[in-house]
Design a protein around this ligand. Sequence first.
Ligand code: GAR
Length: 217
Amino acid sequence: MTTPTRFVAMISGEGSNLLALDDACRRGDLHGTIVGVISDRPDALGLERARERELHSESLPITRGETRSAHDARLLAAVSALEPDFVLLAGYMRILDAAFVQALEGRLLNIHPSLLPRFKGLHTHRRALNAADTEHGATVHFVTADLDGGPPVLQARIVVKTSDDELSLAARVRCCEHVIYPTVAEWCATGRLQYRNGNPILDGRRLESPVVQDLDF
Ligand code: GAR
């Protein structure tokens, strides 16, 4: 029997993506295990949820007077100690420095609540509504030093309803995230997804653009 792929999840908030990933592991849909959950926020609801599931969890807030690079070096040490195969940013809201990203490049993924490259950064749902976009969604991408600009792998696309407000749109996008993040994690676990010279390779083929899944949430 092969050893399950080791995932570390990094969170700052509610941890719903973490739970979706962990659920997929427990169901056997994701051939891996969450070996640790790390948060920059000691009060993150996701940490509490991780503890309830008896997942190893740690909080590493930035300390008074600590520089970003010193903090990220400490973070990298904590992550590395867990010997992950892949590190999944699941609502981790601090920007990671180049040294952290480089050390894990090709094994570091993020989920972002928009159809990247549209709406990098914050308030993506509000911005999609303000722009009167008819489609919106979420993207799983490899992380590079270019914030929200690393190569995308899989996108979930939904139709924006005329009745949508920021809350309803956020909730539906969140449901999409819970589908596509475990999917990509499974591609990683089974070796279907690789990363070579800055490019995602899926089933042996370079992904020129992300796979797009239309979802009906
Ligand atoms: C998710 O919507 C995720 O896409 C977003 O934070 C939320 C975390 O939710 N991430 C970012 O905006 C990163 N730029 P969760 O804590 O319930 O998984």
